[in-house]
Design a protein around this ligand. Structure first.
Ligand code: NAD
Length: 321
């Protein structure tokens, strides 16, 4: 079995490689070549942590396994560790033998940023100029950095419940040579693309904060009870997701479907748009919303890429188990 330590991931997996792996994974899911197992996610009653497993099997890509981990909200303040902690385990689909153990923290950020960017590539208006961020934590920096590559954005605007974190967004905007402006929630009406990436349990972005023609990637809601945007916004939008079963149970659509504002059949797989079996955006005024819940197959595909590169470069550590 191979071990690829967390500290080596940055030199192995680029945002571009993660984007390609995730786009291919979403396409395979919509072709039913790959499927995710039901998610286990538990509030363990210790350190306010949410811990769980996301797994799946990609028959075409030969990936079988799971990511174990979750969210420890006090890590940063108490231990100077990032709040997300996870590890990916890959197994040989022919034998069930363990194949690899891969540090999953940076991979999670890369695959999550790749997911929103896949949605921007396939659903945002080509002429999008202003990107708005709701959230300014650890993931937000990765989200923004990757998203900026997918349209010719001219300005970044952002709102965060904790305004002292907004310099995180300003830093990424300035890396790309773009101006950054802190706005209130109504100021997000200027945005052509909005990414939400917070750990909120109540909606902050309301339907009337969003202009016609906007594409939203809602990335923070990955657990029952979490919510970033008003359910009425999903009723105004064409809704896409990575995995419909997750979207309606642990994603943003759990609220809109639960309250009867939209039906499960109104939620479409982004993979169908990638494969050309769903038209995606159909007009410049349409609001499109990607509910990115995060699927195990995303983790497996980026971990596979990491193992391949680490073995090629002699970085992977081999152990007998
Ligand atoms: P973080 O702790 O670094 O940042 C949290 C962010 O949420 C900050 O912007 C903070 O100001 C904001 N926030 C906290 N409480 C809030 C509240 N009550 N209302 C509004 N905003 C609030 O966390 P992170 O690592 O950036 O992760 C952000 C979220 O993304 C988490 O909920 C995490 O579970 C989720 N996530 C989703 C995926 C996915 O695949 N969809 C992957 C990774 C992380």
């Amino acid at each position: 079995m191979w071990i690829v330590p967390e500290a080596r991931i940055a030199e192995l997996v680029t945002p571009e490689a993660a984007f390609d792996a995730v786009e291919a994974t979403f396409a395979a899911m919509a072709r039913e070549d790959a499927y995710n197992f039901p998610v286990v996610r538990e509030a363990i009653g210790h350190e306010d942590a949410l811990y769980g497993f996301k797994g799946g099997f990609d028959r075409a890509g030969g990936a079988l396994g799971l990511k174990a981990g979750g969210y420890w909200p006090h890590n940063l303040e108490k231990r100077d560790l990032i709040n997300h902690q996870s590890t990916v385990f890959l197994f040989d689909p022919d034998t069930g033998r363990p194949e690899a153990m891969v540090g999953g923290n940076l991979l999670t950020a890369l695959r999550t940023a790749a997911a929103s960017s896949v949605s921007i590539k396939h659903l945002a208006r080509e002429d999008a100029k202003v990107i708005g961020m709701v959230g300014a934590g650890h993931q937000a920096k990765f989200q923004l950095r990757t998203a900026l590559k997918h349209r010719n954005f001219e300005k970044v605007i952002g709102w965060n419940m904790h305004p002292e974190m907004l310099p995180n967004l300003e830093e990424v905007a300035s890396e790309a040579g773009l101006p950054f402006e802190a706005v209130d929630l109504s100021g997000l009406a200027e945005a052509d693309v909005i990414i939400t990436i917070t750990s909120s349990f109540a909606p902050t972005l309301m339907a009337d904060h969003v202009s016609p023609g906007t594409h939203l990637a809602c990335m923070g809601t990955d657990t029952k009870g979490k919510q970033e945007v008003e359910a009425a916004l999903l009723a105004r939008a064409s809704v896409f997701t990575d995995e419909v079963a997750q979207s309606i149970s642990i994603g943003e659509a759990q609220h809109a479907v639960g309250s009867g504002l939209i039906a499960e059949s109104d939620v479409h797989q982004i993979g169908a748009v990638i494969n050309g079996t769903h038209p995606g955006r159909e007009s410049a005024n349409q609001i499109t919303l990607f509910d990115g819940t995060g699927v195990g197959l995303q983790d497996l595909s980026v971990a596979q890429a990491a193992v391949r590169l680490a073995r090629d470069r002699g970085i992977a550590i081999e152990v007998d188990v």
